[in-house]
Design a protein around this ligand. Structure first.
Ligand code: ATP
Ligand code: MG
Length: 247
């Protein structure tokens, strides 16, 4: 590939304009691999983090960008905490990992955020030597064929499907076969992690600890901001929220 300074300049400028995307693609003689971890992250937990770390290692990614969904297409049926809080928790959870980034890319978009739109915007920003890897749970892979513009997702990114405990891969593979669409999927065996955001929300609501299920900073944030019906706890021992009440 020919070195094109104008193209590099354009990429750099788009990344700078966006503020929180990685600068990738500068060297035309190599391929860059950008992992994108999409999710509601309501809240983020070790299942998400360990999956991203394993994808980073197994697929030799350069970076994994966590993008909390602004207004998730598939979670219209329940209240999701504010994007600002989900982004803050994602930022806290990823801050100590040099190859993880939290991005406002989706949170800042209005309307329902569709993965296909996110991927095509990224595709417009980055040159062709940057490959996009969309990391998701294997359960979500089976659903992807029903997502808005599934075919476009397959043409814009490679998919990484993390297996969750008790999940039969055959289901995902069959769903893809039946769709007749072309998806490049790599499956990852993530060690027994049955953690889910729903489980964390339920524990918080019941006044139970979320320590060791998510980084302490996230548990602290949840209690400090009284998310998910948090009452009081080890983080806010006064029994009063530290910064106003969300009730
Ligand atoms: P909820 O319980 O509300 O459905 P969740 O834990 O599944 O939340 P999401 O934000 O919906 O979290 O998930 C984001 C992405 O991470 C999805 O692709 C999901 O399949 C994947 N994921 C969630 N939990 C795990 C886990 N424990 N191991 C691997 N992947 C996971
Ligand atoms: Mg889920």
């Amino acid at each position: 590939m020919r070195y094109d300074p104008d193209e590099i300049e354009r990429v750099a400028q788009s990344v700078i304009d966006r503020g929180d995307l990685p600068l990738l693609g500068q060297d035309p003689n190599r391929t860059y691999r950008m992992g994108i971890m999409g999710g509601t992250f309501d809240p983020i937990h070790y299942g998400h983090l360990v999956t991203a770390e394993q994808a980073f290692d197994d697929l030799s990614l350069d970076v994994v960008v966590f993008m909390p969904a602004g207004n998730p297409a598939f979670k219209q049926d329940r209240d999701v905490v504010a994007g600002e809080d989900r982004y803050a928790m994602t930022l806290l959870a990823t801050s100590d990992n040099p190859h993880f980034l939290a991005s406002r890319f989706e949170v800042d978009r209005t309307g329902i955020t569709y993965t296909a739109d996110t991927l095509s915007l990224l595709r417009e920003i980055y040159p062709t030597n940057v490959e996009l890897y969309f990391i998701t749970g294997a359960d979500a892979i089976a659903d992807i064929v029903r997502w808005h513009d599934a075919g476009r997702i397959g043409s814009l990114a490679k998919l990484v499907g993390a297996t969750r405990p008790g999940y039969d891969l055959g289901h995902a593979e069959e769903a893809i076969r039946e769709s007749g669409m072309d998806f490049d999927v790599t499956y990852l065996e993530v060690p027994a992690l049955a953690i889910s955001s729903s489980y964390l929300r339920e524990r918080v609501r019941l006044g139970q600890s979320v320590r060791y299920l998510t980084p302490d900073e996230v548990g602290g944030y949840i209690h400090k901001h009284r998310l998910y019906g948090a009452k009081r706890g080890p983080y806010g021992a006064l029994g009063k929220p530290w910064f106003g009440s969300k009730e």
